[in-house]
Design a protein around this ligand. Structure first.
Ligand code: BDP
Length: 503
């Protein structure tokens, strides 16, 4: 076994061989955006509620996973299946008319079957939210529904969820209604039609539930729809509108050869640009902006990437980027594979007969929490990246100055009187030595590291404490060296991340 000093010597010689350390200066006197305590969230298909036992106070292992991620997160239920769910208020309530698009259903990723949601599922959801400490965003059907149906469902949801209901959404990804042809709107239908119909739904809900709050437009990709929605709908709704929302999938579809881990980790400049624009609009109308659904790759994710350690690093970096830009929260999508678009073939005899089984099990590669039938809920790699970002919830992001390096991503926040720093090294091969300087002295540091055997590892991901100092003595085995009263050096190995807690 190596002694501490031998190990320190080994570390020193390996870092000495490198060029000058990457400098990160934390402007602790320049607090930026506040990261709300409920920043971290999850998104699930609304069809998950067709099985009332899923989000229920009895689902103890799932409750434990939610609590492990955040004591106060946001669960959003919606997605493609929300356009196919209907509220069966009583056994006599008739099903809505299901629009089936013309043409080849095999080219179409919508479920094309209805899912009934019983009142018992809403009752169970209320208990689940009580048990987790989370709130919910509830997505109402806008595709195969009517304002009257939406109002009846909203009234029951509001009555049962009470203060656990953050807000309603109406419809999923309306900007794709034409392109993904869910078959519910005529050709040529566009943004103006959308706003008119959306307002009719919102007004019908408000007539039944005057306290109802709304977010939207929950678009797939079009940030211009988000901005137009804010500008046009906020003045009409007044305080009834509380959030702008939109989705983000970094890549897709999974069978496109351009969808790679390298491209995922290289980052996407559009994220920053569109978040800035949306936050500006949200601020102008006193709304929050929430990225209400997304993940590494649409259509259920790509195996070897979405279910691997690469997705942990992507999630940590992506969530902290949005936090630093003033986004109020992020809901990464997942859930039981049978309800995700990749798995719906298994659930849909019509599509199966048409030879469109889409992807065989196991599906839902991007899910943060695995809940396959009969198995206990367990964290998947993306979960650990979200856990890292959760350490910034409740803090205020700080300005960070560092050399331009797209693969080494530094973040800092003022939190609980200390400074939390995250360094995400997305490089697959280059270790980084980082010199961190803060504008004020610190004497203690705690540290956590996010590691795994390899970028494509689907098991062995760890996010755990690797403490630096408890009493001002610095342990060289952690590869952290205090260099001055207000600075330290840390090695962040290739494909890993570290969080430091300085005080
Ligand atoms: C989004 C949908 C969601 C799907 C997801 C996917 O809103 O329902 O599960 O794509 O394709 O566009 O993975």
């Amino acid at each position: 076994q190596m002694t501490a000093s031998a190990m320190a010597a080994a570390c020193t010689s390996s870092t000495e061989a490198q060029s000058a350390p990457h400098s990160v200066r934390i402007r602790s006197s320049q607090p930026g955006h506040v990261v709300p305590p409920n920043f971290v969230g999850l998104s699930y298909e609304l069809a998950q509620l067709s099985e009332p036992a899923f989000f229920s106070p009895q689902h103890q292992d799932l409750i434990a996973m939610f609590r492990r991620l955040s004591p106060s997160g946001v669960l959003r239920v919606g997605g493609n299946t929300s356009e196919f769910c209907w509220f069966r208020a009583t056994p006599a309530t008739p099903a809505p008319k299901l629009h089936v698009p013309p043409g080849d259903l095999a080219q179409n990723w919508m479920p094309h079957r209805l899912f009934a949601i019983e009142p018992a599922a809403i009752d169970a959801l209320a208990g689940f939210l009580q048990a987790t400490g989370w709130t919910a965003i509830y997505g109402l059907n806008f595709g195969n529904s009517t304002p009257e149906r939406a109002a009846a469902e909203a009234a029951y949801v509001h009555k049962r969820l009470g203060s656990k209901l953050a807000f309603f959404q109406i419809g999923n990804e309306p900007d794709l209604y034409q392109k993904a042809s869910n078959g519910t709107r005529p050709p040529g239908w566009g943004f103006d039609d959308y706003v008119r119909e959306w307002l009719a739904f919102a007004d019908a809900v408000s007539a039944r539930v005057p306290q109802a709050r709304f977010g939207g437009p929950d678009t797939a990709a079009a940030s211009d729809w988000v901005i137009r929605f804010g500008d046009e709908v906020a003045p009409k709704l007044g305080e009834r509108l509380v959030a702008l929302s939109g989705h983000y999938y970094a890549e897709g579809p999974p069978n496109d050869p351009r969808v790679t881990t390298e491209r995922l980790l290289a980052g996407d400049p559009n994220v920053e640009q569109s978040a800035r624009e949306i936050v500006r609009t949200a601020d102008a109308h006193h709304l929050i902006y929430r990225m209400s659904e997304g993940n590494s790759c649409y259509r259920g994710g790509k195996p070897g990437m979405s279910n691997a350690f690469a997705a942990s690093l992507w999630a940590a970096d992506y969530l902290l980027t949005l936090a630093s830009l003033g986004c109020a929260g992020v809901n990464l999508h997942g859930g039981d594979s049978r309800f995700l678009s990749a798995g719906l073939g298994d659930h849909n005899p019509g599509l199966e007969a048409a030879g469109n089984k889409k992807q065989s099990a196991p599906n839902g590669f991007y899910t943060p929490i695995a809940t396959e039938q009969g198995q206990p809920a367990e964290p998947r790699p993306v979960f650990y990246g979200m856990q890292l970002a959760q350490h910034f919830a409740g803090g205020s992001m700080l300005a960070v100055e560092s050399a331009q390096d797209p693969m080494l991503r530094p973040y800092a926040a003022e939190k609980n009187g200390g400074i939390t720093v995250a360094l995400v090294n997305k490089s697959s091969s280059a270790d980084r030595e980082v010199a961190i300087t803060v504008e004020r002295p610190f004497s203690r540091a705690g540290m956590m590291r996010l590691t795994a055997p390899a970028l494509d590892a689907t098991t062995g991901v760890e996010f755990k404490r690797a403490d630096v100092s408890t009493d001002g003595t610095w342990d060289p085995r952690t590869e952290v060296m205090k260099t001055r009263t207000n600075s330290l050096r840390i090695t962040v190995p290739a494909a890993s991340a570290a969080v430091l807690f300085l005080r």
